[in-house]
Ligand binder design. Structure first.
Ligand code: CMC
Length: 428
């Protein structure tokens, strides 16, 4: 007999079906609960709400497990290319050699952006945050590729839109940076791989080629893979909600980029470096800052610590921590920020406050240090996260369309005024 949950309300008993996932995850299906009982469930921040069924990413926060389409993140980060992982997320399986070649050449064919878009960049002030520029530019792609406006038009067109978006992301991201330093844009070179091409557009000059350092491109490939998907987090849920209204893919991803920007989500990688710099300039007294983070009257939090779902360790942080040490050693970099980060990590991990709340360094604690080491400017860190998360967002959007998920529309408990009559302005 299938499992059911029983609930007593106002003397009545109701049975609710239990749904079991492929990793034995359990959920109580409440989709008909309001219809039957008049009650809704309340869960601020969706801390315990399953918003969808998904076959893309499996995450077990208690055991520190992360798998894309069944493959452990450790194996993918060690062996795969970012485009292989993008294909895996989008289409469900790793590509064979022919499929990979076709996918890669399609991505390479679409790396250029329309020349008219360059004029948009020029209108932004140089101090514009590249996340604001990126989000607008991605949305603007919908004005150039109007066939994308109907996400249901055909699966070939859907694929074309997806490939265009993955291909143009590094170009738009690198150009957002070039624009901020008022340097000329560098066009993509399609003989390069995905990461090399991005680095070339970031660092080459019309007067000077940039020789891509394999240490740097390997580190970047790993970072993008580690960020490629993370099931129903804030930005991915945004993507699903926006996409559920059948908005086009470019507008939908632009919304995801905006959601990622905040310091409690993707913006944490920038916030970590800013915090380390602040501690450094303040004399490097780590204990003082740990004390501040514990003080409930002080809004300061240790950025890069804690996670909504990982309550033991973040498997991405374990991989990246090692990669961080390797990159810094190989490049011969001695960074005082890293020393502060290590001290902070040690002090916090031994502190009762952090232990009791299961607060461990997350992926963003280390990613910022690597980005800094490979020369990515601080305000581009979250753009790097967006570049990595892109295939995950698109896969979740694609799955949502394929599953015919309904429009996202939560309920609420109203706590405002009861009915009252309007009083004319002159009488108030
Ligand atoms: N420093 C100090 N205290 C913290 C921290 C922190 N970084 N994170 C959580 N706490 C405390 C919090 O004050 C609360 O204490 P109490 O129970 O006494 O009220 C307790 O730990 C639980 O925190 P919460 O805010 O209820 O937990 P949450 O699951 O809602 O928030 C989080 C998760 C990631 C937003 C939070 O840990 C945080 O703000 N961390 C710093 C920002 C950060 O690094 N974000 C990146 C997340 S990883 C990238 C991504 O996937 O987005």
């Amino acid at each position: 007999m299938s499992e059911v949950a029983k609930i007593e309300l106002g003397g009545e008993s109701y049975e609710l079906p239990v749904i079991t996932g492929s990793e034995n995850e359990k959920a109580i299906d409440i989709s008909k609960f309001r219809q039957e009982t008049g009650y809704v469930t309340l869960d601020s921040g969706y801390k315990n709400t399953g918003a969808t069924k998904s076959a893309i990413t499996f995450l077990n926060g208690e055991e520190g497990i992360l798998r894309y389409r069944g493959y452990p993140i450790e194996q993918l980060a060690e062996n795969a290319t970012f485009l292989e992982v993008a294909y895996l997320l989008l289409y469900g399986d790793l590509p064979n050699k022919d499929e990979y070649k076709l996918f890669e050449s399609s991505i390479n064919r679409h790396t250029l952006v329309h020349e008219d878009m360059k004029r948009f960049f020029e209108a932004y002030p140089s101090q514009a945050h590249p996340m604001g520029v990126l989000s607008s530019m991605i949305c603007s792609l919908s004005t150039f590729y109007t066939e994308s406006l109907d996400p249901y038009r055909s699966s070939d067109l859907k694929d074309l839109t997806i490939h265009r978006l993955i291909a143009k992301m590094p170009t738009l991201a690198a150009w957002a940076y070039k624009n901020s330093i008022r340097h000329p844009f560098i066009y993509p070179k399609n003989e390069y791989g995905y990461c090399e091409n991005f680095l070339h557009m970031m660092y080459a000059m019309p007067t000077e080629d940039y020789k891509v350092d394999p240490i740097v491109s390997t580190a970047l490939n790993k970072l993008l893979i580690l960020h490629a998907d993370h099931e129903q987090n804030c930005s991915t849920s945004t993507v699903r909600i926006v996409g559920s209204s059948q908005a086009n893919l470019y507008a939908t991803i632009s919304a995801g980029i905006s959601a990622l920007w905040g310091p409690l989500h993707g913006g944490a990688n920038q916030a970590v470096i800013e915090m380390l710099q602040q501690i450094h300039h303040d004399g490097g007294d780590v204990d003082k800052w740990v004390k501040k983070a514990k003080d409930k009257n002080d809004p300061f939090r240790l950025m890069g610590f804690g996670h909504r779902v990982y309550k033991n360790f973040d498997p991405r942080a374990n991989i990246i921590k090692k990669s961080c040490d390797d990159v810094l050693n190989q490049m011969g970099i001695n960074d005082p920020m890293l020393d502060i980060a290590k001290k902070l990590e040690k002090v916090a991990l031994e502190d009762e406050y952090f232990k009791a709340r299961n607060l461990y360094p997350n992926v963003d604690f280390y990613s910022g240090i690597i980005y800094k080491a490979i020369g990515i400017p601080t305000d581009m860190f979250t753009v790097m996260f967006a570049m990595g998360r892109l295939p995950g967002w698109i896969s979740q959007w694609k799955e949502m369309l394929e599953n015919n998920d309904p429009i996202g529309r939560p309920r609420q408990i109203y706590t405002g005024h009861k009915n009252r009559d309007y009083v004319k302005l002159e009488d108030r």
